[in-house]
Design a protein around this ligand. Structure first.
Ligand SMILES: Nc1ncnc2c1ncn2[C@@H]1O[C@H](COP(=O)(O)OP(=O)(O)OP(=O)(O)O)[C@@H](O)[C@H]1O
Ligand SMILES: [Mg+2]
Length: 211
């Protein structure tokens, strides 16, 4: 088999890459997918989440490998033979690693927070994906639908030359709170708005990749 590789990329720090990888991984797992995680960020935030998950004895059904540099490529190719989905969490400002991760991807997912700084900082990430001829899906994270600024920025995001996910994620404490326990919102608050949002995004991505 050859599973699909999803790379979370955004050179702007703090956009929500690690949050989305963890939350999506749990949502995919609950949909019966075999999910592997690859942490190529030397900060190892995703790895910390995964270790917490394992300590809490709730970590079954996901696997994670932490790897940096060129070795990542081989690791991803191996993992895709035994998993339905391989999710890569990449680092901000790591050019060579970002390139490897984007090149390995069937779909590059780019979280953007609705702020001008995030919008402007996204262009290099999109350019990288374009240079590698990779499909891109922008995800609006921490959307603030009731704010005029949010609407104005959303409009500008729509002007970028990339597809935007229909599903958006709100600014919700539970995304962070669940991760503190090594879990995802789909596990801690399955009936919450946050779980509904991440579930909708997971469904949309699976429909796109044919998973
Ligand atoms: N939808 C959300 N609602 C509330 N908080 C969020 C949301 N998304 C991310 N956050 C918070 O924003 C911060 C940055 O998120 P995260 O670490 O996932 O970003 P990142 O892109 O991985 O950062 P880095 O570039 O440093 O790796 C974290 O404190 C996280 O809990
Ligand atoms: Mg991160």
């Amino acid at each position: 088999m050859s599973g699909k590789v999803l790379t979370m990329a955004q050179q702007k720090g703090g956009a929500g890459k690690t949050t989305l990888v963890a939350q999506l991984a749990v949502a995919f797992m609950l949909r019966g997918q075999r999910v592997a995680l690859v942490d190529i960020d030397p900060q190892r935030s995703l790895t910390r989440w995964f270790e917490t998950r394992e300590t809490a004895a709730s970590g079954q059904s996901l696997s994670l490998i932490s790897v940096t540099g060129w070795r990542a490529q081989g690791v991803v190719e191996k993992l895709r033979t035994s998993h339905d989905l391989v999710l890569i969490d990449s680092a901000p400002h790591a050019e060579i690693e970002a390139k490897i991760a984007v090149r390995a991807a069937d779909l590059v997912i780019v979280p953007i927070q609705p702020s001008p700084l995030d919008l402007w900082a996204t262009e290099p990430t999109l350019a990288l994906a374009r240079a590698e001829k990779r499909a891109v899906l922008i995800v609006i994270n921490r959307a603030q639908t009731r704010m005029k600024l949010g609407e104005a920025i959303a409009l500008r995001i729509r002007e970028l030359d990339a597809e935007i996910a229909r599903a958006t994620l709100g600014n919700r404490i539970s995304f962070a709170a669940s991760m503190l326990e090594g879990l995802g919102v789909a596990e801690t608050d399955p009936r919450s708005k946050a779980a509904e949002e991440i579930g909708a995004l997971a469904d949309e991505i699976m429909a796109r990749t044919g998973s």
